[in-house]
Design a protein around this ligand. Structure first.
Ligand code: BGC
Length: 437
């Protein structure tokens, strides 16, 4: 199945006031004063390998599946994480964003793995020892298989279960984190209906068949995960889980900056009576509300979206194009961070921005143009605390398997040898200079 019809793949789917800043005065001001964060991001399931207790691992293994290939060994980062940290350091970046995997830490309900808590704590300690700020995501799409099989985010006690997991993680390693991100793009699936090609009946039926098969394989009557089904009944649980998870982390370490990362395209009105405001109300604003006590908003941007009357429409013919005909709009990140700040009053941490391309010269051109747009927003007063590129490594791109390339660093699929691409040096140069200028 092409990723154009699969909701979990980005390319397939794809206010608050200034008083909020004053309310949260101390940590927010302190954040705005910290050195600018330059980093690269990864996510556990996409790089570690053999995440066998994850909901998505099961979906990959089913026959038939919608995944072009299973994640398998991924980049073997479960064993090679020190190499990954060394790469980030060698590039002269000052932070590394990665996720801890709930399916490893709580492989069976209520059973926590001290060994994996120790593992991730070692990663955090090692980042610190190497002079890197560890930015830790607690949920990057994957949940434990048992969690999905008991109803996922639709189960009444899901927020409490997530908060219990956050408490365990915080007690084991919050001391070393520089920032905690509860959820990665919990709003991604909400964007589907607003996209140019909303998932059609056939795509929805295929996804429903896959989750039915997963339920059967798990001896359950349901198997529920975000990005694989109707998100509407899941979102209230996710919003509450963010707040309870945040509270659990704060109870352990009150001064740790906590936020969530949202998929925010640079939405622009393409017609006078566009659906821009309606999309914002549906896709972003519930999360901005849930984040009102957070110290920052994590923004992840991959595109500009031209909003028509009901949903996105084709970009105008005047938009510059890449060799393959896709729009070339690296400055989209400037628009999304301006919006996220204006809507919330919060400091912005760019937790992901990047480009899918086999041609690394495109990435090498993309990065300075994107950073220039960030610089311009900063000059206009948007408090941006960091730019974290997606991704450090070519990795498992969900439904698309290993074909799509987002990495600053290539990974040999057999030897796992890492080879930095020229674009990595471009980011390194910008990080050394402090801006695109
Ligand atoms: C996700 C990543 C993904 C990237 C590129 C984001 O939606 O957080 O996991 O690999 O975009 O598609």
């Amino acid at each position: 199945m092409s990723d154009a019809t699969v909701p979990i793949d980005r390319r397939g789917l794809l206010g608050l006031s200034a008083a909020a800043v004053i309310a949260a005065a101390t940590p927010v001001r302190a954040l705005a004063r910290s050195p600018f964060l330059w980093g690269a991001a990864t996510a556990g399931h996409q790089i570690e390998g053999n995440n066998v207790n994850a909901d998505i691992w099961l979906l990959e293994q089913l026959k038939p599946t919608l995944f072009v290939e299973p994640s398998g060994d991924a980049c073997d980062s479960l064993n090679r994480w020190r190499e990954d940290v060394a790469l980030v350091r060698a590039l002269g970046l000052n932070c590394y964003r990665f996720s801890v995997e709930w399916p490893r830490i709580e492989p069976a309900e209520g059973q926590f793995s001290q060994a994996y808590l120790d593992h991730y704590r070692r990663m955090i300690d090692h980042c610190r020892a190497q002079g890197l700020a560890p930015i830790v995501t607690l949920n990057h799409f994957t949940t434990p298989r048992w969690f999905a099989a008991r109803g996922g985010w639709e189960a009444a006690d899901a927020p409490e279960l997530f908060a219990r997991y956050c408490d365990r993680v915080a007690r084991a390693m919050a001391a070393g984190m520089s920032h905690a991100v509860t959820f990665n793009e919990p709003n991604l699936a909400l964007g589907g209906p607003w996209s140019r090609n909303p998932p059609d009946a056939k795509a929805r039926a295929a996804m429903a068949a896959l989750t039915r098969a997963a339920a059967k394989a798990s001896g359950s009557d349901r198997f529920s995960l975000l990005n694989a089904g109707d998100p509407a009944p899941m979102i209230p649980g996710v919003l509450r889980a963010h707040q309870l998870g945040r509270a659990a982390i704060k109870a352990v370490r009150g001064n740790l900056p906590v936020g969530l990362s949202l998929a925010i395209s640079d939405d622009v009105a393409a017609v006078p009576d566009s659906a821009l405001a309606a999309k914002r109300r549906a896709v972003y604003e519930p999360f901005f509300d849930a984040a009102r006590d957070d110290e920052f908003i994590g923004v992840q941007t991959y595109e500009r979206t031209y909003m028509g009357r009901e949903r996105a429409i084709a970009p105008p013919a005047t938009v510059p194009r890449r060799a393959d005909g896709k729009p070339w709009e690296p400055e989209a990140i400037g628009g999304s961070i301006r919006y996220a700040h204006q809507a919330t009053g919060k400091p912005i941490l760019i937790t992901e921005n990047g480009i899918e391309t086999d041609d690394d010269t495109e990435r090498a051109r993309f990065i300075p143009a994107a950073v220039a747009a960030v610089d311009a927003a900063r000059r206009d007063g948007v408090p941006v605390i960091g730019y974290i590129h997606w991704s450090l490594l070519d990795n498992f791109e969900w439904f698309g398997g290993y074909r799509p390339k987002f990495g600053l660093v290539a990974v040999d699929r057999t030897t796992f040898k890492r080879t930095p691409k020229p674009s990595a040096r471009v980011l390194a140069r910008l990080a050394r200079g402090g801006s695109a200028r």
